[in-house]
Every structure is written in structure tokens, then in C-alpha cells.
Design a protein around this ligand. Structure first.
Ligand code: HEC
Length: 211
């Protein structure tokens, strides 16, 4: 009887661990999953961008981020130690701390060797709905700088209405395509992949449905 309970307990723990692992996708790709967390949460003006390099850190590039990372060893990585735990020192107030999911993504990427990987998932050329394609993309790359308490340029892109308001006057596509007359977005980063820009363009051409 005791043995069975112990086995059930161990089984449940293993099962729960697997669930958490799955939700947090440990196979993070640097360019698509890890870099946007840094760009969107750490590179505000006066912070860790290529111009100001606060505390010596430019977190807009792989080389810059690797200055604070020891591959395979999150706890020996200066950057990881500033974002982990219940009371992390970074990002500094008034900016929001990283979500648990983002901290886990960075930790998993360090544990897997902190490689400069890209295009891990291939291009989805079929699905361009708001909920499955546009929203996750904007949450990954943009909302750290475009939320209700920090609406960069006046734009809060954290919900559907906010994203729709940025479409007017071609602002959203103009800034994503780095056209002249618009501020190039995501700020402090290169252009999104053509796969991602095409998905947003297709969604807008379809009448930007809330689907
Ligand atoms: C590091 C912070 C940051 C990130 C990341 C960022 N933005 Fe911005 N965004 C700003 C700021 C600040 C402005 C105001 C103009 C300026 O300073 O360039 C702005 C302006 C804009 C504008 C108005 C452009 C214009 O020409 O009037 C749009 C649209 C926009 N952002 C969309 C986006 C989208 C979409 C993303 C993600 C793909 C994104 N931004 C990522 C900070 C950011």
C-alpha cells in the first residue's frame, strides 16, 4: 500500500514537471523567442540599447547579450541572475518585470547552450488570424514598449483595438517595413522576418478581423 502511494506521488510529480516543461517550450530559438524578450523589455531609452549601453550592456544583439551569459550555466550568467526569482533587480521600475514564461525561456535557452539559432519553426504561410498569428507576434516583439503604462508613441498594442488603431495611415506596415516617413519598428532591432510581415499584411488585407 505504502509503495503504491509513493509510486503515485512520484508519477504525479513527473507528470506535472512534464506539463510545465511543455507549456514553457524549452527549445527556444534565439532570434524568434529570446531576442525579442530583450528588445521589448530592456532596450528603452536610457537602458541597454546600442547607443546608451547602460552598465556596459547592449542587449539588442547576440554578441551584446552573450557578454552577460555563460552558456549552459544560468546561475553563472550575470543577466539571468538579475531577472530570476521573486524580487529581481531587472527590469528596473517603472518597467514591468519579465513574465515567468519569459524568464523560463531565457533559462532554457542558456541551458541548451545559448546558441544563435534562427528559423527554428519554418514559415506558416496559411494561418494569419489575429489570435493565432498577429497577437502572439505583437506580444513577443512589441508590447514591452507598447502597453497601457508605457504606450510608445501613444500606441498601446496589448489588445485588438490598440493594434487596429495603429493600422490607420499605414503606420503599422510603414514602421514594420522600415519605410521612410515612419519610425522603424521594432525599435532597436532589425526588421521582422518577411514571413511575419507578410502574415500581418494578409491579416490587414482581409479587413483585420478579430478572429
Ligand atoms: C524598445 C521599444 C519599442 C519596441 C520593441 C517597439 N516599439 Fe514601436 N515605438 C516605440 C517608441 C518609443 C515609439 C515612438 C516613436 C519613436 O520614438 O521612434 C514607437 C512608435 C511606433 C509606431 C508609430 C510609428 C510612426 O511612424 O508614427 C508604431 C506603428 C509602432 N511603434 C509599432 C510597433 C510594433 C508593431 C512593434 C513590434 C513589432 C514595435 N512598435 C516595437 C518603442 C518601441
Amino acid at each position: 500500500m505504502k509503495k503504491t502511494s509513493a509510486l503515485i506521488l512520484i508519477g504525479s510529480i513527473l507528470f506535472l514537471t512534464m506539463c510545465i516543461r511543455d507549456t514553457y517550450s524549452p527549445n527556444a530559438c534565439f532570434q524568434e523567442d529570446v531576442l525579442p524578450i530583450f528588445i521589448s523589455n530592456c532596450t528603452f531609452s536610457e537602458c541597454h540599447n546600442s547607443k546608451e549601453k547602460e552598465s556596459g550592456f547592449d542587449l539588442t544583439t547576440y554578441a551584446g547579450i552573450m557578454k552577460g551569459i555563460t552558456a549552459k550555466h544560468p546561475l553563472r550568467s550575470e543577466i539571468y541572475n538579475t531577472i530570476k526569482g521573486s524580487n529581481p533587480s531587472m527590469p528596473e521600475s517603472p518597467y514591468s518585470k519579465l513574465s515567468k514564461k519569459d524568464v523560463y525561456t531565457i533559462k532554457a535557452w542558456i541551458q541548451m547552450g545559448a546558441k544563435n539559432t534562427s528559423n527554428c519553426k519554418g514559415c506558416d504561410t496559411i494561418n494569419f488570424t489575429y489570435s493565432a498569428r498577429v497577437k502572439p507576434l505583437i506580444q513577443t516583439w512589441c508590447t514591452g514598449c507598447h502597453n497601457s503604462s508605457n504606450p510608445g508613441g501613444g500606441f498601446d498594442l496589448s489588445d485588438y483595438n490598440g493594434v487596429v488603431s495603429s493600422i490607420a495611415n499605414n503606420k503599422l506596415l510603414g514602421s514594420l517595413k522600415h519605410l521612410s516617413g515612419f519610425s522603424a519598428m521594432p525599435k532597436n532591432a532589425g526588421q521582422l522576418s518577411s514571413c511575419d510581415i507578410t502574415a500581418i499584411q494578409k491579416w490587414i488585407s482581409a479587413g483585420n478581423p478579430n478572429n
